[in-house]
Design a protein around this ligand. Structure first.
Ligand code: MN
Length: 241
């Protein structure tokens, strides 16, 4: 299944030249699906949001990055599925290769869809409500697919919007993006580009993830509807980064 889904990912890359994973490493299921946001200093700086769904990372390029302000709807361009071991990739893709530039694991953690419909079904329907439990991003979010253009263009443009909850920050604009060290290695983009410092600790292959927040601990509780759908409560998430 994952093999077919990754055909486009593999076709775009020459694994003799790039250090990106070919997606051959088996990654076991975790207690929750995982997510990662990679800061990618390519031709144009952007952030790649990846959500684990059915054995691959569904992926979107955030041209301006995420915002904690529910008023800031951020363009999220759907791109090809990525292999799960891509979630540990931090390094530099050589110039001239696809996506050439430096990649930082900007945030990572667990996520879960809201409601009773599976994530894949919500994505097919063009609206995914979900909860993130990362280091930098927490709480409720929604991805909404924009209507296709009238010329029948591919409908791959989505909007990523922060849900109003205790982790939302009105007026925050891009302040969040100033948190600019790797969630995996603590390195800056410059340090990664120069090959300095330690490579990130594996998240996708790690056996123990006890230090991570569970997504049902950051479930927002501001509407009756979400109360209804909320899974059993656990301890409140700590607000540390
Ligand atoms: Mn990218």
């Amino acid at each position: 299944m994952a093999k077919k889904k990754l055909a486009e990912y593999r076709a775009k890359r020459d694994f003799e030249k790039t250090a990106e994973p070919a997606g051959k490493t088996a990654v076991r299921a975790a207690e929750y699906p995982r997510f990662v946001i990679q800061k990618h200093d390519a031709t144009r700086l952007h952030y790649d949001l990846r959500l684990e769904v059915d054995g691959v990372f569904k992926s979107w390029a955030l041209t301006k990055g995420p915002s904690l302000d529910p008023h800031d709807k951020r363009l999220a361009v759907e791109v090809e599925d990525h292999p799960l071991d891509y979630g540990d990739f931090e390094g530099t893709i050589p110039k001239g290769e696809y996506g050439g530039g430096t990649v930082m694991v900007w945030d990572r953690g667990f996520w879960m869809p809201e409601g009773n419909k599976p994530a894949a079904e919500q994505l097919r329907d063009g609206e995914l409500k979900f909860v993130l439990a990362g280091h930098k991003l927490k709480g409720g979010w929604v991805l909404v697919r924009m209507k296709g253009d009238r010329y029948g263009g591919k409908r791959n443009n989505w909007l990523l919007i922060k849900h109003r909850d205790e982790w939302a920050k009105t007026g925050d604009a891009d302040k969040l993006l100033k948190k600019d060290r790797s969630a995996a290695s603590g390195r800056t983009l410059g340090q990664i580009a120069r090959g300095e410092g330690k490579a990130p600790q594996s998240f996708m292959l790690a056996k123990s993830r006890t230090k991570l927040t569970k997504p049902d601990a950051v479930w927002h509780s501001d509407t009756a509807e979400s109360e209804e759908q909320a899974p059993p409560r656990r301890a409140r998430a700590r607000k540390t980064a």
